[in-house]
Design a protein around this ligand. Sequence first.
Ligand code: HEM
Length: 811
Amino acid sequence: MDSYLGLAQSKVKPRSVVDAFSNRTATIKKRPPRPTGYPTTSRPISTSSIVIDGAAQFRYLQEEHRSLLERYKKLEDSYSALQNEYAKVKSDNERLQGAYEELQESYNTATAKNFNAGKLLVYLKLKRRTDKETLEKRNIIKNEACFNTYLQDVVLLDHPRIPRVVHECIAVLEANDKFMRSPGLYRVSGDHNAIQNLRYDINANNYKRLRKQKSPHEVCGILKLFLRELKDPLISLETCAKHLPDVIQMKTNTRLKIKQLISSLDEVRQNTLKVLIKHLRSVAVIEENEVDSFSLGLLFSSLIFNETLADVCPVKFQKMLYWVAVVLGVIVAALAALDWKYKSYQHLPGPRRWPFIGNVVSFLGAGPVEIFDQLIAFASTYGKVYKLDFFYDYTIIYSSPEAAEGILTSPAFTAKSQDYDKVSEWIGNGLLISRGQKWFTHRKVITPGFHFKILENFVPIFNRQAEAFCTKLEALTERSTEAVNIFPALKLLTLGIICETAMGVGMDGEKQSTQQAYYTQIVEELSSILYWRMFNVFVNIDALFRLTRTSRRFDELVQKSWNFTLGMIDRRRKIINEQETLSGEWNEEETFGKRKRALLDTLLEARIDGNPLTDEEIREEVDTFTFAGHDTTASAMTFILYNVAKHPPIQERVYQEIVNEIGADFCDLSLSTLNNLHYMELVIKESLRLFPPVPVIARIATEDTELLGERLTRGTSVAIDIYTMHHSDDYFPDAERFNPDRFKGARDAQTFNPYTYIPFSAGSRNCIGQKFAQYELKSTLVKLLQRFQIRLVDANYVPTLKAEIVLKPAA
Ligand code: HEM
């Protein structure tokens, strides 16, 4: 077989099949050597093949050619696309190169100006944004400027005929209830950068970003910016000058003149003003946003007449006007701030408030009886929370246990209110009035002086003093059949007791008795002046009070009161010195043992951070205890006697208990015998409920805080009307009835909030002398009932009350 056969056969096969036979072709045998004489011109191998398969091969090549042409065309297309892309990239590159150079230039300038990194950033940003032309060139903004232009240029062509930006801003704000209620609307400035971005967008007639704002302040900022930058203000001062006469003439027919001014404006201005004022009105009526028409008026007036002083004033008046503006600005800002404070309590009920002076009028010319009556009437009219305002000085008065608990347990209310400052001119900054660290350290030093072992030592003094008091009363009743006014007499008794127990100074001698009587009168007069100052707004102001004759009397009385207390301190120092010389240093056993240790000794020996109390500090505490320890207890005892006199069966029950537990005759008392008088305890408790000697206590918020869900700003005074709370049927059924049994047994903790009954206050600043007072009251009542039957002169008598700091029967 011909060795070429395979190859020849293969020619008819498609190329791929040939490849499949490649093994065989690869093993193609060598050609047999050519016979000699065989022409050397080589015959093209393919010739024989083409000859053999020419048509097929041609078709194949034709196809091949066509596909190559197609590929070429495609390549040509993609080449031109690439060329386009190249051109685009090239132009981008050039643009970037331009921006880069710009940045480089800015950087160089910034470096030259020695900016630090943070400033540099800001500087660059600002420079880029203000480069409006570049932005316009790059087609980032369209030349449709809205700001810093003339009103007519930016007015909408269709309805409403007002600047579009005004329309858009108002629409964005009014469509969102939350925005309209946002506190400080128009007063709070928006984010500067955000406002600048909005400005560029709006200049390019793009309002999308404005409509998507999450905060109202940037929207308000844009509106204000637009008005401020208007080249022709809504109302020019020129127009004002033409239509409004001078200030004096303005006093009459003001409305008419303003109307004339507005009607002289063109249609666009009138429309814009109308829309703007309508919008501002709807802002002002919303309480939550804390802006009123006054502050809005103030703000927008400068935007509506946006000329500067330089535009309208000759230079020589500018300085003067500047200062007038500053002073007016300060006054307006102060009034706005005060008014804002008022607004935050506006929802609370309270008596009618006069502009600026508040509720001063309600107490003008009122004496201590009328003031107390007024307070009780307010509580019954306005309920458990109401407000009083004296020249923007707010006091919120509460009469519920929840509020009492909130106030007395909160660290925000440990400071006493400003009313106590007046009292401090007399009794100084002692335990009752001091605050902060001073109060804390002094309370710590003084508290052991009321330890029950010390109180035990005081009982013989209560005992003896009460017996002496009864003897005096006996002498009085023997001399005359006239009724005894018990309150002044009891004040002498309680003062004697506090002097002997707390101050360690007996008041038995005649000279001391006279001094004592004098001191009680001084306290009476001082309390009355202080109470008058608290509620009479004119004398409440120190400078005005100092102009009155009473201020000189006040100083005189204070001096006399100090003489009394300084005299006591002197006497006690002498007694201590004498005792120390006799028996050496005092020791712990003696403190709680036989020797009677007075509170004053604790003060004289106290060391705070290693230092003794100054003479002034000691005097302040002595004044505090002498005052707080005698007037209150005398008041409590007076009302207890009134109650038992008014309810003879109750008096009888108390007497029977005394007879059963102690006997009918005078004898020595002790803490344990006094503790056995359970019914008497109920009687005292009930009397302190109906006649709490301290009827109202007050604190000041030393920080912004919350009370019963109410936001109270720092500096707001809060008062607890203990009297009203104790008289409320909500907490004490049939509250006006004297019913000691209501305190029988432990009251259900579930239903009875302990802060409902607080004659001695509660919490960290409760009465330090509470136990002292209770034993003193019991001892005195035991002695009095052992000796006397107590009756009212008129069985129907009901005391008229006054509250000169301490609740008292009015004479
Ligand atoms: C029935 C008699 C008494 C009553 C009803 C009474 C009531 C009160 C009340 C309500 C307070 C709180 C005042 C406030 O928060 O502004 C208080 C504080 C005080 N009381 Fe009494 N008190 C009585 C007797 C006494 C006595 C006998 C003494 C002294 C021996 C005394 C010394 C004080 C002192 C020093 C404070 C201030 C405590 C402090 O802030 O740390 N009290 N008292």
